[in-house]
Ligand binder design. Structure first.
Ligand SMILES: Nc1ncnc2c1ncn2[C@@H]1O[C@H](COP(=O)(O)OP(=O)(O)OP(=O)(O)O)[C@@H](O)[C@H]1O
Ligand SMILES: [Mg+2]
Length: 244
């Protein structure tokens, strides 16, 4: 007898989200495991971002079920997604404060509530330094975020997921706006998150990036998942074929 199958981190069942007459997400079911990178592809308007918004609590589904670590959950707000379930979204337009330091940005919005004992700035900087070391980056806690490149700012955003021990990290087009050289760094961070046991959901139109890091790739089409493919022996042409 084998080990009992471990429950997925998040099981999505028959999720539906409409905007008026538009069925943006039209019956999506998917299991997401801890420690896997799930790539998500699909044409413009296929429903990828809307699907993610249902996991981050930005929108609420019309119907469908979510089961998190074996328990039914309702993700009713971004605070529930983040603080209760540990789902961190890294937005295309990074929500960082350019005038503040890397350390201050890592703790932004979290310091008083959950890290009251870090009011001591020295301790905050030390904690930030250890997170940056985990991520293997040259960034320093006192660097001013507004003076960093897009890719470096991405590292700061991802650092928050490490710092607060999120279970799932969601990225919508993380490599769209950064230099080719920095793309490798971001993909390396994705691998580090997986090694740390986190689930990573990665939406990208850069198919070669997904082929480089994803364990599986889900293909969205008109609000549905057309197929989920293990990333074994796949080429860009296979993904393009699956999308259209
Ligand atoms: N807030 C909204 N109000 C009304 N319609 C919306 C809203 N958000 C998305 N839609 C519609 O839902 C559908 C799915 O959009 P969505 O943004 O999820 O697609 P996507 O797969 O992320 O596309 P892209 O690759 O262009 O980012 C589209 O028809 C879009 O116009
Ligand atoms: Mg989108």
């Amino acid at each position: 007898m084998g080990e009992p199958a471990e429950a997925p981190l998040l099981a999505v069942r028959n999720l539906v989200k409409t905007f008026g007459p538009v069925r943006a997400v039209d019956g999506v079911s998917l299991d997401i495991a801890a420690g896997e990178v799930l790539g998500i592809i699909g044409d413009n308007g296929a429903g990828k971002s809307t699907f993610l918004s249902l996991l981050t609590g930005f929108h609420r589904p019309d119907s469908g079920n979510l089961v998190y670590r074996g328990r039914p959950v309702r993700i009713t707000s971004p605070a529930v997604a983040r603080d209760v379930l540990g789902i961190e979204m890294i937005y295309q337009k990074l929500e960082l404060a350019p005038d503040l330091t890397v350390a201050e940005n890592l703790f932004l919005g979290e310091e008083p509530r959950r890290f009251g004992f870090f009011a001591d700035r020295g301790a905050m900087r030390a904690r930030a330094a250890s997170v940056l070391k985990t991520l293997n980056t040259k960034l320093k806690p006192d660097d001013i975020v507004g003076e960093l490149s897009g890719g470096e700012q991405q590292v700061v955003a991802i650092g928050r997921a490490v710092l607060f021990e999120r279970s799932m990290v969601i990225m919508d087009e993380p490599t769209a706006a950064i230099s080719v050289q920095k793309v490798a760094d971001v993909l390396d961070l994705v691998r580090r998150l997986r090694e740390a046991g986190k689930a990573v959901l990665l939406v990208s139109h850069r198919l070669e990036d997904l082929l480089a890091v994803a364990d599986r790739i889900a293909v969205f089409f008109h609000g549905t998942i057309r197929k989920v493919m293990p990333n074994e022996g796949l080429a860009v042409a296979d993904l393009v074929h699956a999308m259209f």
